[in-house]
Design a protein around this ligand. Structure first.
Ligand SMILES: [Zn+2]
Length: 260
């Protein structure tokens, strides 16, 4: 009996020390996110005229579905310290948003939705543009395949794959930034725009890199599964709004003061 009384506070103290250490060691809950935006920037051209904000939704579409389903309690997420070097997310059940078959289905749905939207608004090259939107949605799964540990199912919740680059924090961070920079360079080269929009685009790229640095390297206490999903909704939508505004600035200038 006395043993129990003596050991319990000891256990409690140890747990407290462990919790303290966790607070210091935790370094973000990376979900390979700025790398996805490289695709949004890279596929936008003068010819397809897909709004950048639409592509920003497309490349994160699977994560929007995922965050929504986590909030609804349908898909499951555990937040674990040290699950991989760069991530605390153990997304152990996400067949409806992140299985290969689901990714293909969501890509097809996104393409059809964009095609329908395009037909109503009389866009040019709507078939190609719709196909590009579908490819942008699917690109999310390909990049997740590179980054994720083996948690991406091929079908339903079986045959899990993932190359696990999250286990190597610095190379993973370097790849994300290199992809994003490459995407922005392609975007600036293929789209005619006033200098102010070029500056705004580069500034936006820098902000995304800063957010990624915070996500990957800055220690903080872990969030709950629902708070993580909510964060995905808030941050990704914020970036969609910025992408919309960046392209708007250019257009307003174009109308007011023709530069070409
Ligand atoms: Zn994802």
């Amino acid at each position: 009996m006395s043993n129990v009384c003596l050991t319990l506070p000891a256990f409690a103290r140890k747990a407290e020390v462990r919790r303290g250490r966790q607070r210091l060691e935790i370094t973000g809950e990376n979900s390979m996110f700025v790398g996805h935006y490289s695709v949004a920037f890279a596929v936008k051209t003068e010819r397809n005229r897909i709004p950048l904000w639409v592509l920003f939704i497309a490349v994160q579409f699977l994560d929007y579905i995922w965050a929504t389903l986590v909030l609804l309690g349908v898909e499951k997420l555990r937040v674990i310290k040290g699950f991989t070097a760069g991530s605390m997310l153990d997304s152990y059940f996400h067949p409806y948003s992140h299985s290969l078959f689901a990714a293909m289905a969501w890509s097809a749905i996104a393409a059809v939705v964009y095609k329908t939207f395009c037909s109503r608004h009389g866009c040019l090259h709507s078939n190609t543009a719709a196909l590009i939107v579908g490819v942008a949605v699917f690109s999310h799964w390909i990049l997740d395949l590179v980054a994720h540990p083996r948690d991406l199912a091929i079908y339903d919740d079986t045959w899990k794959v993932g190359f696990g680059l999250w286990n190597y924090r610095d190379p993973e961070f370097a790849l994300e930034v290199a992809l994003l920079a490459g995407g922005i360079i392609v975007y600036l080269a293929r789209n005619v725009m006033p200098p102010i929009r070029k500056t705004a685009t580069i500034g936006f790229g820098i902000v995304l890199v800063i957010v990624q640095i915070g996500d990957t390297y800055v220690p903080r206490t872990p969030l709950t599964d629902k708070a993580t999903a909510m964060g995905v909704w808030i941050f990704y939508t914020l970036f969609v709004v910025v992408a919309f505004l960046v392209e708007k600035i250019g257009r307003l200038r174009q109308i007011n003061a023709p530069w070409s």
